[in-house]
Design a protein around this ligand. Structure first.
Ligand code: AMP
Ligand code: MG
Length: 408
């Protein structure tokens, strides 16, 4: 049985070898910047000129010749000012200085800025109380980026920093890849839609909703196919519809039960499977394959299993289908508050709550009822990952923490 790392590696390998985004489009980031969030740039974005485009002061103060302030206090004559959006028209001579604001161009002749806190003004005369070296508080033209340099490489996912740079270099109509369309199909005789009253032994189809949300969060467009009964005919038809999209995510029907028909129907439709079990709990029966040239994921039906396996295995596939480099597994570390005892041989993902003490990050495993218990997840902002070889973890030890997206 594959480890979750190897299974994830397999997904990335297959997806990268065979799949590309379908097409590109542009987004007007001036009128609708939020529409660009989470999208992937389809072309290298280059600097349209040097950044900064002039030698820029990064403090409020006075622009000086450093030789004039080698010995302090030094008295200099203020001959003018340079403010953001303007400039001082002349060249600084020996014994002179210019009032300068943050973001303003450093005038020719000046080679340093002294912060206003270290100056005293009396009329046109400024007493400088601290010496400065050449270059102090100045960013030279082109030091952040040279004209034509790539500032956002193709394949980058757009967040607020990337949007800032796109706006800075004037990439107002940002070229992005089309979002992949990912179909979501829940399976199970017990399911009714969330807006219906379930019978005594029925349950509402929550995976159909949460998986669609995870698809959106990953940057793809969910195509909602609802739920289908555990009947070969119905399943075959619904799978056929799902294979019309870029990828298909199924929930349920991948365990060993009499009514777990997903793998059988996919096989009959010509699927090839790359794994059909992973050494994790929850989520062990997770299936990954391709069918009619589309990626297919069969996730276990228990809600927490579906969530965890989606994050581990479907997210990197969506990255590739979106034209992005797959994001690394977002693990960080925290000190666990209580002892843990888990069965070895499987990697365990335990719903947990991470917090911060004076000592650093801490994490507490929450009491839960197993992979059917999504209620506990509302209170969990992460999962503790207990590795395959670990049986016992003592309070105070550092453990791996897998954040629940959007909650840390
Ligand atoms: P399965 O993987 O099909 O054996 O399903 C395991 C359990 O997960 C079922 O008994 C249900 O309790 C639950 N389950 C299956 N599908 C869903 C769904 N779409 N939404 C919520 N719970 C589900
Ligand atoms: Mg089922």
């Amino acid at each position: 049985m594959l480890s979750y790392q190897a299974a994830r590696g397999k997904v990335i390998e297959i997806a990268q070898a065979r799949y590309r985004p379908r097409s590109t489009e542009t987004i007007d980031i001036v009128r609708d910047p939020a529409a660009a969030l989470g999208r992937v740039v389809a072309e290298d974005i280059r600097a349209d000129r040097d950044y900064p485009s002039f030698d820029r002061s990064i403090r409020d103060g006075v622009a000086v010749r450093s030789v004039d302030v080698a010995n302090v206090p030094a008295r200099l004559k203020a001959v003018g000012e340079s403010k953001a959006g303007g400039s001082y028209p002349g060249t600084l001579a020996l014994g002179e200085c210019v009032h300068i604001m943050t973001g303003a161009p450093v005038p020719p002749g000046a080679d340093a800025v002294v912060m206003v806190e270290y100056t005293k003004a009396a009329g046109d005369w400024i007493t400088v109380e601290r010496s400065a070296r050449a270059g102090d508080h100045i960013v030279r033209a082109g030091n952040e980026a040279r004209g034509n340099q790539i500032v956002i490489p193709r394949g980058t996912r757009i967040g607020y920093a990337e949007l800032s740079v796109a706006a800075q270099v004037g990439a107002a109509n940002l070229p992005v890849f089309a979002r992949p369309r990912v179909a979501v199909l829940a399976t199970g005789d017990e399911l009714v839609p969330a807006d219906e009253e379930p019978g005594a032994y029925a349950i509402r189809n929550s995976n159909g909703v949460s998986l669609a949300a995870q698809i959106s969060l990953s940057g793809a467009e969910p195509v909602i196919l609802g739920a289908v009964r555990d009947r070969e005919h119905d399943l075959r038809e619904a799978i056929e519809r799902g294979l019309g999209e870029d990828a298909l995510v199924l929930s349920g029907g991948v365990s060993m039960g009499k009514y777990d028909l997903v793998e059988k129907i996919l096989l009959e439709a010509g699927a090839e499977f790359y794994f059909d079990a992973v050494a994790i709990r929850p989520g062990r029966p997770a299936v990954f394959g391709s069918c009619k040239d589309k990626l297919v994921f069969g996730l276990p039906g228990n809600p927490v299993s579906a969530m965890v396996t989606f994050e581990l295995f479907v997210t990197p596939a969506i990255d590739v289908l979106s034209g992005a480099t797959p994001r690394p597994i977002p693990l960080f570390r925290a000190k666990v508050t209580h002892d843990l005892n888990e069965k070895p041989g499987l990697a365990h993902f335990l719903p947990a709550k991470m917090g911060f003490s004076d000592d650093g990050p801490t994490v507490e495993a929450l009491r839960w009822q197993g992979s059917g218990d999504a209620v506990t997840l509302v209170n969990a902002n992460c999962f503790i990952v207990v590795g395959t070889a670990q049986e016992h973890v003592s309070a105070g030890e550092w453990v791996d923490v897998f954040p629940r997206r959007g909650s840390i």
